[in-house]
Design a protein around this ligand. Structure first.
Ligand SMILES: [Fe+2]
Ligand SMILES: [Fe+2]
Length: 249
């Protein structure tokens, strides 16, 4: 059995110290085997925000896999965005397009889906290039769990949001390799869906600390045991934590 604490959209820069402390206590109590962070550690990709995020995540003293989100590359400094987008990210983690962490029989694969620029105005949308899919194919294995920032398919309620470029080809790849689940964020609202027949479950975590998006703050506890996959969304409202089981919609 493997217990994954799935955190997303921490957006340090918006986090209050009380909620940071409360979330840390709730995660420690759940005793996860690994922490997966699906991007947007910061609000504006500043060094101060990155160092606050790293201090919090390190304090949990649990094996950690994290990938960047669209807020983790500069949005104002166009030169840096285009030519060294993950320069500040490297102050907390090596900037690999793919990261692999194996623990308790579980293979977690982190994929960077952030895009510097696109041929449309929504530069927050991601992309998964052919080159990156080829790299991904080499490290996927049956039962692997993918961690990336952008959902590969968006819910009906996510009006106006674009999935990352080449998301459908990536879903085909994940289905072929019998990937078990995709852990993602970006939409700031918890949800679980099935990415087609025989495809992986797509599990979105709520935003840990940001109030943007309208959902409650929280995180997901993902438990994998043999063929069973259960997801408990833990939400904090008014300082009180509640848990609800997330079912596929
Ligand atoms: Fe976000
Ligand atoms: Fe995002």
């Amino acid at each position: 059995m493997a217990r994954i604490a799935h955190l997303s959209d921490l957006h340090f820069g918006e986090a209050t110290p009380a909620l940071v402390a409360s979330l840390g206590a709730d995660i420690r109590e759940a005793v996860p085997d690994v922490i997966a962070v699906s991007g947007d550690l910061t609000r504006r990709a500043s060094r101060v925000e990155f160092s606050a995020a790293l201090a919090f995540l390190s304090s949990l003293e649990t094996p950690l896999l994290m990938v960047p989100g669209n807020h983790d590359i500069p949005s104002q400094d166009l030169w840096t965005r285009l030519y060294d987008p993950l320069g500040r990210w490297r102050s907390v983690s090596p900037a690999f397009p793919l990261t692999v962490l194996e623990t308790k029989g579980l293979r977690l694969v982190g994929l960077d889906t952030v895009s510097r620029a696109q041929w449309h105005l929504d530069w927050s949308a991601g992309a998964i290039s052919g080159n990156r899919r080829q790299q991904l194919a080499r490290v996927l294995g049956e039962g692997a769990v993918l961690v990336c920032h952008h959902p590969l398919r968006h819910a009906v309620w996510a009006v106006g949001r674009r999935p990352p470029r080449h998301a459908e080809r990536t879903i085909d790849l994940l289905t072929t390799h019998r990937v078990r689940a995709v852990l993602c964020g970006h939409l700031h609202r918890a949800e679980m869906t099935r990415l087609g027949p025989g495809g992986p479950a797509q599990i979105i975590a709520p935003s840990a600390f940001s109030e943007r998006g309208g959902g409650a703050n929280g995180w997901n506890l993902v438990v994998l045991e043999d063929d069973a996959l259960t997801v408990e969304t833990r939400e904090c409202v008014g300082g009180i934590w509640t848990a609800r089981t997330l079912s596929a919609v």
